[in-house]
Design a protein around this ligand. Structure first.
Ligand SMILES: [Zn+2]
Length: 89
């Protein structure tokens, strides 16, 4: 068995009742200049929607995050599929 990394628990964690899994997703690129440099995400919109993604991983939420290219300024929306299984008490 692999050793589990200790995780610092904070009071803020109580608000997060769901476990978030990290999935490998392709790096988002600017459709205009192919740069992967971008500004910070903002105006995040998410929808509770379950399904199976391209990597055959189940997801529970679809998330759209607005960003813009750091090199040419092209605005785009990065869409991601996230699996947030609710933690049963
Ligand atoms: Zn660009």
């Amino acid at each position: 068995m692999a050793k589990k990394k200790p995780r610092k628990a904070t009071t803020k964690d109580k608000a997060a009742t769901a476990k978030t899994e990290t999935l490998e997703v392709p790096v988002s690129r600017c459709p205009m200049c192919q740069s992967t440099e971008r500004t910070a995400y903002h105006t995040t919109r998410e929808l509770e929607y379950t399904g199976i993604n391209a990597n055959h991983q189940p997801y529970t939420h679809v998330v759209w995050r607005r960003t813009s290219c750091a090199s040419c300024g092209q605005v785009r929306i990065d869409k991601s599929f996230e699996n947030r299984e609710p933690v049963t008490p």
